[in-house]
Design a protein around this ligand. Structure first.
Ligand code: NOJ
Ligand code: NOJ
Length: 674
């Protein structure tokens, strides 16, 4: 209709558009290949928008035209990139993936990147593999294919085996080996120096496996879920409940301390594990006892004065704390059943939005490729501003995470039909809608409409930035250069593709399955308590799946949705052993005793206590052990220096304690080394 008006309208637009993301600059960067089409599409998109504008005379028309243009460009790139991302992601999974076939990579093993040097990513990281398979499991649950099903079954098999591989973090007997970050691609241990342990691996793997196990239950294969998948999940849940409060390395493998990402992943795994466990008739009290305390601790990462999450505490404070770590929490713990809950850091919560601004803003001035981009527009996002790894560049997966959090928020706002702005989130919203005010804005109101369109465009902007800096053939490595934008570091990073696929699934309105967050937002009353509960671990049987599994034709057979109440199974009484023992660096205190729960006097089965509460003035070692009600317990503490060879026992008689009858109250012992 308005075809003849094109030349003028385009001229009108050029100055406005070039002030921010300039769609005509697409060809300045790596994705030049797409340019001709983009160009044509851009003009076309412009046309439609301008025509509407001239008829209706809307005041925000320039923004609207820009937004339409952006949407078309992003739509177009996503359409091209989606099959490429799937293909390249699957290429990195053994045994048959195109980049790893015939190179000794067993079935279900995710290689981080095919790169064998500069950097050498020819390993399998538990974190990367779990996040990739969580994405696969969600996609599979949406749209069954036999190929993805094979991948999932292979993943279960590879992880069941991996759990038994002893490594520098330890073995399976007390669970410590589960915290190892990476293994050789043939599942042998990696013996070089590394930041270890990394305690996000077990909960993330549990979450990925739970997703598949839930699918099995929901399609009528409960006994398969129980016999083939649960044993591996259970080890990871036990690890999470036992070691969550001990420090370890963050997801970037650099900072020893407490990491927001690890803690939040642990909370999700325990809640979702309890949910699945209840459906399978398993004991869940360990998980439901620990989970609220984990959530309680999770709150302490919030910096209320400056409105952001301090991603690393208890060791990472030398950084400013603004870190994509927290963006990843928002997207990976997304569950619309919790609405915009701030305790679980939902993507649309006021805290998560304020934090989104703080994290994104921390990258605005430090990268040359972000220079001159207006405050309300997307920029390239890295890990954290002080990063020096490969010169500290933007990453694909962190920039996609910035988009994904916003797509998640949009889904919830639209489902709720309202947007609530608090004092905490006001400055996030003001960047995009200058008239935003504190309060609840219902669908249909001006502010609601303005926010929905502005944030949609803002989210698309992050995807558009990555599209510019991806290789023109659609390949995505880990990073792109902060000055030139050229793609660099580990090529074909599996996690980059996965992060593209999850972000764009949210953009398309696909909501991942929930994890019971709506039933798990309450904080315990009073002070946080840090129960660390010991369990015994065992090697999962080699999984073997019936060949007949297929999706249930009609409605799901059973939905896994309810999180069990706190205290079930009180005939196991939870006893906290507190032992004050001054130790030298490298020494560990363990407890051993006559009952099976305390290892039956077998030093090799002694239970390590945690030093997470140890201070110079209070040398506290502590562990909570579920013990049969009414047991007559004899026990002693042992001090271990350099492995079990160097055991020294407490002096004197055995300690004696009678466990009370079945109770939900947690008991505690207070001992001093003798
Ligand atoms: C390798 C790790 O994977 C990366 O996260 C880290 O930044 C570098 N080592 C430098 O420590
Ligand atoms: C370095 C990243 O920091 C870490 O999170 C990741 O697991 C490895 N690279 C492998 O992709």
């Amino acid at each position: 209709m308005a075809l003849f008006a094109v030349p003028n309208l385009i001229q009108d637009l050029i100055p406005a558009a070039s002030e921010s993301i300039n769609p005509w600059n697409w060809n300045l960067n790596a994705s030049g290949l797409f340019l001709p089409t983009m160009h044509a599409l851009s003009k076309f998109a412009l046309l439609g928008a301008c025509a509407v504008h001239s008829v209706m005379g809307l005041p925000e028309s320039v923004e609207r035209r820009e937004a339409n243009l952006l949407k078309r460009n992003v739509d177009d790139w996503i359409n091209r990139e989606t099959p490429i991302a799937w293909q390249r992601l699957l290429c990195n999974i053994g045994p048959n993936g195109c980049a790893v076939a015939n190179q000794g990579v067993p079935a279900g093993v995710v290689v981080a990147s095919p790169s064998r040097a500069n950097p050498d990513y020819w390993y399998t990281w538990t974190r990367d593999a779990a996040l990739v398979f969580k994405g696969i499991a969600d996609a599979f649950a949406r749209n069954y294919t036999a190929d993805l099903h094979t991948q999932l079954k292979n993943f279960v098999g590879s992880q069941a085996k991996l759990q038994g591989v002893g490594n520098p973090s330890g073995g399976l007997s007390d669970g410590q080996g589960l915290g190892e970050a990476k293994f050789m691609v043939d599942l042998k241990e990696y013996t070089g120096e590394w930041g270890r342990p990394q305690r996000d691996g077990p909960p993330l793997r549990a979450i990925a496996l739970i997703r598949y196990a839930k699918w099995l239950v929901e399609n009528g294969y409960k006994s398969t879920a129980e016999s083939q998948v649960w044993p591996t999940i259970e080890n990871d849940l036990k690890y999470s409940a036992q070691y969550w409060n001990q420090t370890g390395f963050d997801l970037w493998e650099e900072v020893p301390g407490s990491s927001f990402f690890t803690i939040a992943s642990t909370h999700r795994a325990l809640i979702e594990g309890a949910q699945l466990g209840a459906a399978l008739g398993k004991p869940t009290r360990v998980y439901t006892t620990v989970a609220p305390q984990v959530l309680c601790f999770q709150q302490s990462f919030w910096n209320a004065r400056e409105g952001f999450i301090v991603s690393n505490i208890n060791g990472g404070e030398y950084r400013r704390g603004r870190d994509a770590n927290s963006l990843l929490v928002a997207i990976h713990n997304f569950d619309p059943s919790a609405g915009c809950d701030a305790n679980t850091f939902q993507p649309c919560s006021d805290k998560a939005l304020s934090n989104h601004k703080a994290v994104v803003d921390s990258f605005r001035s430090i990268y040359n490729i972000n220079r001159g981009i207006a405050q309300n527009k997307a920029v390239a996002v890295g890990r954290y501003s002080e990063d020096v790894y490969y010169n500290g560049n933007p990453w694909f997966l962190t920039t996609f995470a910035a988009a994904e959090q916003l797509y998640d928020a949009l889904l919830v706002w639209k489902a709720q039909g309202s947007i609530t702005i608090t004092q905490t989130s006001l400055s996030f919203f003001r960047d995009h809608v200058s008239g935003a005010t504190v309060g609840t804005h219902a669908a249909g109101s001006t502010i609601y409409n303005q926010i929905i369109s502005a944030i949609t465009a803002y989210a698309d902007g992050f995807v558009e930035i990555n599209s510019r800096y991806a290789h023109s053939n659609g390949a995505m490595p880990e990073q792109y250069d902060r000055n030139s934008g050229s793609p660099l570091a580990a090529p074909d990073l599996t996690w980059s593709y996965s992060s593209f696929l999850t972000a764009t699934a949210r953009r398309d309105g696909y909501i991942p399955s929930g994890w019971g967050a709506g039933q798990a937002t309450a904080l315990p009353s009073g002070q946080c308590q840090k129960f660390e509960i010991a369990s015994s671990y065992s090697l999962p049987p080699t999984p073997s799946f019936p060949s007949s599994i297929s999706p249930a034709p009609n409605a799901p057979v059973e939905q896994v949705t309810s999180v069990p109440a706190g205290c079930t199974n009180p005939e196991k009484v939870f006893v906290t052993f507190n032992q004050r023992a001054t130790t030298a660096w490298g020494q560990v205190i363990k407890i051993v005793g006559n009952v099976p729960e305390l290892g039956g006097w077998d030093v090799n089965k002694a239970i390590p206590l945690s030093a997470s509460g140890y201070t110079g003035s209070n040398p506290l070692w502590s562990i909570t052990v579920p013990i049969q009600a009414g047991s007559n317990v004899q026990y002693k503490y042992i001090r271990i220096t350099n492995g079990v060879a160097g055991v020294s026992w407490e002096s004197g008689d055995n300690r004696a304690y009678t466990v009370p009858g079945a109770t939900c109250n947690i008991q505690s012992r207070s001992d001093n080394w003798k």
